[in-house]
Design a protein around this ligand. Structure first.
Ligand code: NAP
Length: 305
């Protein structure tokens, strides 16, 4: 089954195989839970998706690779659960907005949103909407997903958002250069955008902490994954070596499952695998979070669609 979200550019496609009336019945009786995973087509997201559909849940995967998405959907068809694939380039704000709308319409209740999409670049790149690529995908898409899916999340029993990044890093936020225009370095850009995700968590929890949705910042530590990206030869060689030494993505699934199955009590929490991190430090400053929120709103207001 294939559906699309309208004809205008940019396009977002949804592929759903292996879903049936039974899934809907299970959903209604609360047996099947629904989890949206951005970056669910590879690496940690895909490892989590496989575990979820293998135990009878529904995994909704967002990514750009139709081949990988359809492969996972086909795998899910042989399990007690199911999978759907949404093909979308989340580095575009307009695409992310459309994806959010589609997901909210398709899935009135969502038990968990796991944010894993990431694309690393050795060289700075700017999206068609004018944002630095990493800033757009690693931060803006996560913000839009978090707030945009709040309605369906609030309909679930124990809803949780897990933002998989690198919480607690002390890279300073360059307030006058959030998109690394002055000087771009892959690692620095990722660490700084990680800080933005920490502050996103602070703002989300401040605004919605009274509600049912828990916000969790999660650090998987070094893991052998696809390391999606475009790299100079030196970085490619380093990542190739890292891929051989690091733990497999399946090792990150148990601490993630624990958070999905039994979300922490505080509105905001952070974990490095199973270990809880302190979110009451200056790195999680409410004032900084508010400042970032204002700057982000201004940027997002400029994007139509
Ligand atoms: N691996 C590590 O050592 C490590 C360490 C610390 C933190 N993390 C965090 O863990 C999370 C998952 O990392 P990973 O290493 O498992 O990732 P990965 O294997 O590199 O996979 C990245 C995922 O993002 C998707 N993606 C890339 N560009 C996209 C775009 N423009 N729009 C939508 N989806 C896009 C890819 O899907 P397609 O291929 O379908 O596009 C893929 O599913 C990331 O947030 C990362 O920051 C990882």
């Amino acid at each position: 089954m294939e559906g699309s979200c309208g004809d205008a550019w940019p396009k977002v496609h949804m592929f759903r195989h292996g879903e049936s009336a039974r899934d809907n019945d299970d959903k209604e009786t609360g047996l099947m839970k629904t989890y949206v995973i951005t970056g669910g087509t590879d690496g940690i997201g895909a490892a989590l998706a496989r575990t979820l559909f293998s135990r009878g849940d529904r995994a909704v995967l967002v990514g750009t690779s139709r081949k990988k998405g359809n492969q996972l959907v086909a795998e899910a068809a042989l399990t007690p659960g199911s999978a759907a694939f949404v093909e979308a380039d989340l580095s575009l704000v307009s695409n992310t907005r459309r994806t959010v709308d589609m997901l909210a319409e398709e899935y009135p209740a969502i038990d968990g949103v796991v944010l894993c999409a990431r694309f690393m670049r050795s060289h700075r790149s700017v999206t068609a909407e004018g944002f630095e690529d990493n800033f757009a995908l690693f931060y803006l898409s996560r913000l839009l997903m978090s707030y945009g899916l709040l309605g369906p999340l609030e309909k679930a029993d124990q809803p949780v958002i897990v933002n998989v990044a690198g919480p607690g890093h002390d890279t300073p936020v360059a307030w006058d250069d959030l998109q690394s225009t002055r000087q771009y370095d892959l690692v620095h850009a990722m660490f700084m955008t990680g800080r933005l995700n920490d502050l996103l968590g602070v703002t989300f929890a401040t605004r919605h902490g009274e509600g049912p949705v828990r916000y969790v910042l999660f650090h998987p530590d070094t893991t052998a994954t696809s390391y999606a990206g475009e790299f100079d030869p030196q970085t490619a060689a380093y990542l190739q070596q890292q891929r051989m030494l690091a733990k497999p993505a399946t090792h990150v699934v148990p601490p993630l499952l624990r958070l999905l199955d039994d979300p922490p009590t505080p509105p905001l929490s952070a974990f490095h695998l199973f270990a809880e991190l302190n979110v009451h430090t200056k790195l999680f400053s409410a004032k900084d979070a508010e400042r970032l929120s204002r700057l982000t709103d201004e940027l997002l207001a400029k994007v139509s669609g």
